[in-house]
Ligand binder design. Structure first.
Ligand SMILES: O=C(O)/C=C/C(=O)CC(=O)C(=O)O
Ligand SMILES: [Mg+2]
Length: 220
């Protein structure tokens, strides 16, 4: 039996913990208040989709949005991790999209319901290859971009995050034990917008990684 490798963390079936409203410019574009503590939600491992497969617009949505985000891959688990040692728990990173059925999310928000149908559907978490930790020495200062059909829509920097990666690891692990293979999505900068069937999405982290996905509609 071959040993499993963290470089294929998406196969491990571990948690995907997402941080929302972590960039003031994105919170403002959706007319949300700037949070005073992290806003969290979860996606299941069935949300993962890799390059070569399509992002599927759920049958029940007509307003699917892209959100480009830096993902943090946990290499060493822990509970109540102090900020001072939080980065020792990081194995590496991945470029991620937090695909969001915005129409469904708006409906959930207006009814005071959870965002699960808007955020956790199959293919709602496209990811790049695994990026070893050494390749991003300062994850708090890297540029993220996303194009739709060659048009730049998002162009932000992780230095704009309200809550830093060490803070998020410490905050989350106070009440959710982090495990090897978990992924934390750290929120999106401004520029989110709708995608349509047959669109081509391209995203990148500086010259470190790029990825491409096609959008299709879920079949009946
Ligand atoms: O509150 C809203 O209207 C929307 C929030 C999000 O979708 C949060 C994120 O996922 C994010 O900021 O990355
Ligand atoms: Mg997001």
């Amino acid at each position: 039996m071959t040993a499993r490798s963290i470089s294929r963390f998406w196969e491990w079936g571990r948690k995907i913990i997402c941080v929302g409203r972590n960039y003031a410019d994105h919170a403002k574009e959706l007319k949300n208040a700037i949070p005073t503590e992290p806003v969290l939600f979860l996606k299941p491992p069935s949300a993962y989709v890799r390059e070569g497969s399509s992002i599927l617009v759920p049958l029940y949505s007509s307003n699917l949005h892209h959100e480009v985000e830096l993902g943090v891959v946990i290499g060493k688990g822990g509970t109540a991790i102090p900020q001072s040692t939080a980065m020792e728990h990081v194995a590496g990173y991945a470029l991620c999209l937090d695909m969001t059925a915005r129409d469904v999310q708006d409906e959930c928000k207006s009814k005071g319901l959870p965002w699960t149908r808007a955020k956790a559907f199959n293919t709602s978490c496209p990811i790049s290859e695994f990026i070893p930790k050494e390749r991003i020495p300062d994850p708090g200062n890297v540029k993220l971009w996303l194009k739709v059909n060659d048009q730049l829509r998002q162009n932000g920097c992780t230095s704009q995050m309200i809550f830093s990666i060490p803070y998020l690891i410490s905050y989350i692990s106070e009440f959710i034990t982090l495990e090897e293979g978990d992924l934390i999505l750290t929120g999106t900068p401004k520029g989110v917008s709708a995608v349509q069937q047959h669109d081509e999405l391209q995203a990148g982290i500086e010259d470190i990684v790029t990825m491409s996905f096609r959008v299709d509609r879920q079949q009946q």
